[in-house]
Design a protein around this ligand. Structure first.
Ligand code: PMP
Length: 323
């Protein structure tokens, strides 16, 4: 991953190397951050955000759970996301807003005096598992690590600390030669990938674990389920046993980073005939079609990135810092 020139940090665009935190920051010790991953696609209408408002809403809901007072409104965060992409001149991007307890304290119940900061990083990043993965599919395994039980910490909140679980799942899988690991929920039923939601196609229907299966309710998951219904494909959200992975005609995973990635084998057993199937292909076409104009954006999911950062009174620091 390559750094870019500018990072948005606490209301200003700063050179990459100047957007730093202190080693005493609460977030570094205890995982107290909430964040998002959002994509900007190059479309025939120029650079467009995909579901920016929905990601910002999830960020603010995650913040609410951990009593973070993010000192910016949803509108301000949306404009800042636009600014950082425009300022770096990115035609397509992966954007990472992160709010974190920046102040120093070893307390586990920090007072509201411990400041919350907000940073937004925008980089160029292709699909998480690579372009070939989108074409041919990936090989995955079921992880020996379970997802967290619902009464431990909430998996539906996108918090930094949750990603220790994801690291264990992904690292174990990669060490064993797989692209990704699929975790079971605490009761032994299917949950999700380290950074993706999970889908099974069987008998023409799409099956996916519900929010109660220790998943993050992905925005790509919602998009793909919506597109599937548009295509007249039946969608069922229900708890699913592990063996359905081996009974499946098709398996695929979704995420902002992973987009719509077919799975060609699970635990070294081929899924279907070992090639991405017709339903996965149709959903890929519908999803990526949003960005080349072949799928109509009937729900206003795409919003333009202005060609230049928003001109604002009092923002002379922006030009100075960029220099
Ligand atoms: N589950 C986990 C654990 C994730 O990290 C992600 C990526 N954010 C997803 C699911 C997919 O969510 P989304 O489609 O909103 O990116």
């Amino acid at each position: 991953m390559k750094p870019v020139q500018l990072i948005w940090h606490n209301g200003r665009l700063k050179p990459w190397q100047d957007a730093t935190v202190h080693v005493g920051a609460h977030a570094l010790h205890y995982g107290s951050s909430v964040f998002e991953g959002i994509r900007v696609y190059a479309t025939p209408q120029g650079a467009q955000y995909f579901r920016l408002a929905d990601h910002t809403e999830r960020l603010l809901l995650s913040a609410k759970v951990y009593d973070f007072d993010i000192p910016y409104s949803a509108d301000a965060i949306n404009r800042a996301c636009e600014d950082v992409v425009a300022a770096n001149g990115l035609a397509c991007a992966y954007v990472r807003p992160i709010a974190y307890r920046a102040g120093f304290t070893f307390s586990l119940a920090p007072s509201r005096d411990v400041p919350i900061e907000l940073a937004i990083i925008a980089i160029e990043w292709g699909s998480m598992h690579g372009a070939q993965a989108l074409e041919q599919g990936v090989d995955v395994c079921v992880s020996s690590w379970n997802r967290a039980a619902p009464n431990t910490y909430p998996t539906g909140v996108k918090a930094g600390g949750n990603y220790l679980s994801s690291q264990l799942i992904a690292q174990e899988a990669v060490r064993a030669g797989f692209a990704e690991g699929i975790a079971l929920a605490p009761g032994g039923l299917l949950s999700e990938g380290a950074g993706e939601n999970l889908f099974i196609v069987r008998g023409g229907r799409i099956l996916t674990p519900p929010c109660g299966s220790s998943i993050l309710a992905g925005i790509t998951r919602d998009s793909v389920l919506t597109l599937a219904r548009d295509l007249g494909i039946e969608v069922v959200e229900q708890i699913l046993p592990r063996e359905l992975l081996y009974f499946a005609d098709e398996v695929f995973m979704t995420g902002t980073a992973a987009e719509v990635t077919p799975v060609r084998s699970v635990d070294r057993k081929p899924v279907g005939n070992g090639k991405p199937g017709a339903v996965t292909r149709a959903l890929q076409q519908a999803f990526f079609g949003l960005f080349d104009g072949t799928t109509a954006d009937t729900r206003g999911w795409l919003t333009p990135v202005p060609a230049a950062p928003h001109a604002r009174a009092g923002r002379t620091d922006l030009a100075m810092e960029a220099a």
